[in-house]
Design a protein around this ligand. Structure first.
Ligand code: NI
Length: 148
């Protein structure tokens, strides 16, 4: 078993706000992240795959295929968007970086390239230089998340 992590970058804006809450409750819950016109982040995304080394190629997977998948599923979808307004993914969910991290995992989970036994191990999403989130799927640590 070997692990491959590839780093990507995209920029997007968001506003942390729930329509179900009052203005005061939103302001209390989200602070300046509730600012009406939103604010931006330069997200750093790390995608980690796990699997065996393919004896025919000596590689876990073809990096250009991974790049194409992440570009199609994540970068083109989210880069230079306002997450609340521009993408379907956050019509009914607050686009916190926690939710964005989980959403990116779901978008990639069944689409990662590679041969038998290669799986998406983890998505790590850095919002600022001070904090990041990691998601390993709902069955993290279980055999059931292995691709067959
Ligand atoms: Ni923010």
């Amino acid at each position: 078993m070997i692990y491959l992590t590839r780093r990507y970058r995209f920029s997007a804006s968001h506003r942390l706000h729930r329509d179900a809450l009052s203005e005061e409750e939103n302001a209390r819950l989200y602070g300046k992240c509730n600012s009406p016109y939103g604010h931006g982040h330069n997200y750093v995304l790390e995608v980690t795959l796990a699997g065996p080394v393919d004896p025919a190629t000596g590689m876990l997977c073809d990096l250009s295929q991974l790049d194409a998948t992440v570009d199609r599923e994540v970068i083109q979808r989210f880069d230079h968007t306002h997450l609340n307004l521009d993408v379907e993914n956050f019509r009914s969910r607050v686009p916190t970086t926690e939710n964005l991290c989980v959403e990116i995992f779901r978008l990639l989970e069944t689409k990662v390239p590679g041969g038998d036994g290669v799986r998406l191990e983890r998505v790590r999403l850095e919002e600022t230089s001070s904090n990041y989130f990691e998601y390993e799927g709902e069955h993290a640590g279980a055999l059931s998340r292995r691709r067959v």
